[in-house]
Design a protein around this ligand. Structure first.
Ligand SMILES: [Zn+2]
Length: 138
């Protein structure tokens, strides 16, 4: 049976998230901040989850955070992903408060721990998309 070529699913920027992805292309982790109450939020969205305001601007995050929780993927879901395993999928809590799902890179999975300080790096995965990933903060 012929194998169907796999195309990695990638984010599709929309009206709310385009500034975020544009920031990633410039190696800047950008977060929305409510223009009314100041709540910093992620993922990008039209309304503030705290006060429902539509006013928002963008601020550059420090890029630092800590591992909130994580898992290690050891079994490739597809044969052509064998060289990717093992890899770490983590929920990182940013210094600014929001949490985001990402990968922890530049270390062995056994070194990752809850509470570990991490810092963002940017990984260009296609012509258009740069993904924020995190490595241990040393
Ligand atoms: Zn607000």
């Amino acid at each position: 049976m012929a194998e169907i070529p796999f195309k990695q699913p990638l984010p599709i920027p929309d009206e709310d998230s385009s500034p975020y992805w544009e920031g990633c292309r410039k190696s800047r982790l950008m977060l929305q901040r409510c223009g009314t109450c100041g709540t910093v939020r992620f993922p990008p969205q039209h309304l503030c989850p705290s006060c429902w305001s539509e006013n928002a601007d963008w601020v550059q995050a420090s890029g630092r955070g800590e591992v909130y929780t994580f898992g290690v993927v050891r079994r490739a879901l597809r044969p052509d992903w064998r060289e990717r395993v093992p890899y770490v999928v983590a929920l990182v809590c940013l210094e600014e408060g929001p949490k985001l799902f990402t990968n922890i890179v530049d270390c062995r999975p056994e070194e990752v721990a809850i509470g570990m300080p991490v810092v963002v790096i940017f990984d260009q995965v296609s012509e258009e998309i740069v993904l924020p990933k995190f490595r241990p903060l040393t």
